[in-house]
Design a protein. Structure first.
Length: 202
């Protein structure tokens, strides 16, 4: 049964990574692969954050700290699982992998397998972190959740498209992000801190 799941995972990877590959999607998914690598995106986020803090003051600071705590917890748990080295990355394991030319993959002596990250495919920390952010922001700003969810989905797909993760890695990361965000929201409710209600009344 497990072998069948891995085969299906590999087939789905090949479909997204190779069959769907084209110059237009290369541009789109290379961006979503690591949006923080683009200066204009960083400037845009800093502008939004500054405006948000100016507009909502103490609430904004609390929300930002809350998100940072969530990302830190999620990222560290994901890293802990990665260090178990449960799975090779697809660009090491698969015979045919399409990697856009603008994507850098680390090598040692022209060998992917010798790198520290080669066996750390599972889970996808990018997926875990972006799903956590998407879930928490969707809870706080429910009317804008379609934007947060869409962004998270595109980031998740991008990790498969550029050849650095299998679909199961992304799904596992998403489950981790959803789980941590659920626990954090329950903690807020336990402490009777309703950020969503606070936003609506502000």
């Amino acid at each position: 049964m497990f072998d069948l799941v891995l085969k299906l995972d590999s087939y789905l990877f090949q479909f997204i990574n190779s069959y769907l590959s084209n110059p237009i999607l290369d541009v789109i998914f290379v961006f979503f692969h690591k949006p923080h690598n683009h200066l204009w995106f960083i400037v845009f986020i800093l502008f939004l954050t500054s405006f948000y803090i100016y507009k909502e003051r103490r609430k904004a600071v609390f929300v930002i700290i809350f998100l940072i705590i969530g990302i830190t917890i999620t990222d560290q748990i994901g890293r802990g699982i990665k260090y178990l080295e449960l799975r090779y990355r697809p660009y090491v394991k698969e015979k045919i992998v399409n990697v856009p030319k603008t994507i850098y993959l680390p090598k040692i002596d022209a060998n992917y397998k010798k790198t520290e990250s080669s066996k750390k495919s599972f889970p996808s920390n990018h997926a875990a972190n972006i799903v956590l952010l998407s879930s928490l922001l969707s809870y706080i700003y429910n009317s804008k959740k379609k934007y947060f969810i869409t962004f998270a989905i595109l980031v998740g797909i991008s990790r498969i498209y550029v050849g650095v993760h299998y679909p199961l890695d992304v799904i596992a990361g998403a489950i981790l992000g959803i789980t941590i965000s659920y626990l954090m929201i329950k903690l807020l409710e336990k402490l009777e801190i309703n950020l969503a209600k606070y936003h609506q009344e502000a």
